[in-house]
Write a protein that binds this ligand. Sequence first.
Ligand code: COA
Length: 389
Amino acid sequence: MVSQVRVAGVGMTPFGKSPERSAREMFGDAADEAIEDAAVTPDQVEEVFYGNFMGEFAEQQGHQGPLAAEAAGVNAPATRIESACASSGAAVRMGVDRIRAGMADVVLVGGAERMTNLSTAEGTAGLAAAADALWEINQGVTFPGAYSLMANRYFEKYGGDREDLAHVAVKNHDHAVNNELAQFQMEITVEKVLDAVQVCSPFGLFDCSPMSDGGSAAVLVSEEFAQDHGLAAPVAITGTGQGSDSLALHDRESITGTPAADRAAESAYEDAGIGPDDVDVAEVHDCFTVAEVLAIESLGFYEKGEGIKAARSGETTIDGDLPVNLSGGLKAKGHPVGATGGAQISEMTKLLRGDHVNSDAVSDATVGLTHNAGGTVASCVVNVLEVVE
Ligand code: COA
């Protein structure tokens, strides 16, 4: 019988600017917290999957699997997983698979990224490596540029405008106000978003996630291990799915949808035996405001072309029917790219366990979903978390 995978412990560093700290230090801190939260010992960890995207570029550091294990004080097989900004979402998925396969009972997953030791121009160049080198990077495409193409085409096809997107940013900043781990703990207004300096039309500063440093970790255990060791691990990962797409936008049939996320969601729902209507709360990859719109459509919460109104109508706010990004999302919590997928698991586990600052808003929630994307969603990992006891 396939073992159910429990999230026994989670940890993450505050996200923000700490350019003097190495990725390994930040992962070490997050891992220490997750191991303590799980009430396991480092020598019980049997495998490590670590997400990082641009360590060679930012820190001249490769060979990061064993380095991450060492930073966590763990001596176990350790592998770095790279899938651009979806790196640690994919690392979580590897851990889930490992436990389900019966190959391990205790797996440490997560990731880290150091970005603000670079200038914005250098960081932008580093991030651009997640696009297609032959057809995009060489032509000067950057991620704000690529997502702005998607936003403008979405407006042409379905309608909607900058103000609709501004509501996504306002909502996510609102959600982060009391989140001590978030990079920006301040409210903003629609006017402030619309008046901000332009980054790439239609995006202004507040349509973009920031450059961030941070680490995240989770200890996943088999149900049997949790029972045998008396661990309090009420949240399980009951479904996981992953999808891929062409790296280059021009190779896609359409740029107003994200088929890799459609496929990841379909697999994760099937795996968990649930559908979109069962989800109570979601953390999605809002690297740019339009990305949240595309995510909630791919996840089946909204029809294509309908997601653009969700934040403005209040449906995805903290008081709405389906709160999205109660952590503040990438926009306000920050986006140290290799840490983001693991941070989503950390925030969602706490939201469902009842020990997150915003848990009261979802006190009846039993099903949470995380959506973590790489590049212009050329890769996507969706994980379903459920309260099982
Ligand atoms: N949202 C809100 N405020 C932001 C911000 C953001 N995204 N990015 C920076 N700021 C703030 C900084 O805190 C700083 O405020 P301060 O002066 O009060 O300290 C100010 O704006 C200037 O910061 P700086 O780092 O100089 O910004 P920048 O203009 O060089 O860069 C962006 C801003 C938006 C271009 C940059 O954050 C960016 O490229 N983001 C996208 C990252 C990305 O592509 N990630 C991968 C997604 S796939």
